[in-house]
Design a protein around this ligand. Structure first.
Ligand code: PPS
Length: 287
């Protein structure tokens, strides 16, 4: 199936999953509730890892929900109107949603609510590598002719959901609000348990040591890869090739092996330009 995009206010979305009507409704008319929780990311930054962690926290570490129900039903996508869209609108409170929306398209009602957002970000060079591999296995992003082509699209912000730079800079305006938690993929890799504890604290959820251990164990890369409800092997064929590795490597720093020196310099140069004057340092700025 050929991938088609439409533009919503200058940003590309894949026509098979998203619609202008849904995006307009979400932005203007969707009613956020005070006990809603949103898992927000730019694509390939650890969305599904957070889905697993949040699912396990909700079930006090009991893995049976994660083993019986696919991830897109457990914590549905806010913006998808197609096959998985029905789950978002049929939740009972407290509702959990995943979203890749940039801040300017997020429901206006969120900004006057007490609903919580966990925003997970990842080194953009690792996002690029992950996105390129995803583009080769999924129909929700156009298949690039080369890695260089994808890098150009990423740097120009013409990949779905727009510019990584605008996404993170936009959402970081929220960083000092007490209903916003900023997490990085790198932090989760380095201190999985400590980060889960931080998430529990943010959500006001107390888990005992045993439950915490279960959350960490069942949200590990290996467990998720072996779980057909988490590894996308049950996802519709039109969305992703069933034999592909949606959970590909799950590491930080893969860009070192995958980007040539020229590609790295190209990305670094634009990163510097785009992040100039932005008064926040990220863990990957030190690498
Ligand atoms: S998507 O399609 O945009 O929602 O993708 P997203 O879930 O945001 O990101 C996919 C990458 O996250 C990795 N992943 C994990 N890494 C480590 N541990 C765990 N448990 C885990 N779960 C998902 C996944 O492998 C993708 O990264 P890459 O680098 O491609 O492996």
């Amino acid at each position: 199936m050929e991938t088609q995009y439409f533009q919503y206010k200058g940003i590309n979305f894949a026509s098979m999953l998203y619609s202008e009507e849904r995006l307009h409704f979400l932005e203007n008319d969707f009613q956020v509730r005070d006990d809603d929780v949103f898992n927000v990311t730019f694509p390939k930054s650890g969305t599904h890892w957070m889905v697993e962690i949040l699912s396990l926290i909700r079930s006090n570490g009991d893995p049976s929900w994660c083993q019986k129900v696919p991830n897109w039903e457990r914590i549905p996508w806010l913006e998808i109107s197609g096959y998985a869209g029905q789950f978002a609108d049929h939740q009972t409170s407290p509702r959990y949603f995943s979203s890749h929306l940039p801040i300017q398209f997020f429901p206006k009602s969120f900004f006057t609510s007490k609903a919580k957002i966990i925003y997970t970000a990842r080194n953009p060079k690792d996002v690029l590598v992950s996105l390129y591999n995803f583009a080769l296995m999924s129909t929700v992003i156009k298949t690039p002719h080369s890695f260089d082509e994808l890098i150009e699209d990423f740097l120009n912000g013409t990949v779905p959901f727009g510019s990584w730079f605008d996404h993170i800079k936009g959402w970081m305006q929220m960083k000092d609000r007490n209903n916003f938690l900023f997490i990085t993929f790198e932090e989760l890799k380095k201190d999985h348990r400590g980060t889960v504890m931080k998430i529990c604290k943010f959500l006001g959820k107390e888990l005992d040591e045993e439950a915490l251990d279960l959350v960490v164990e069942h949200s590990s890369f290996k467990m998720m890869k072996d779980n057909s409800m988490s590894n996308h092997s049950q996802a519709p064929e039109f969305f992703i090739d069933k034999n592909s590795n949606f959970l590909r490597k799950g590491i930080s720093g893969d860009w070192r092996k995958c980007l040539t020196e020229a590609q790295k310099e190209n990305v670094d140069k634009l990163y510097k330009e785009k992040m100039e004057g932005f008064n926040m340092k990220f863990v990957w700025d030190e690498l």
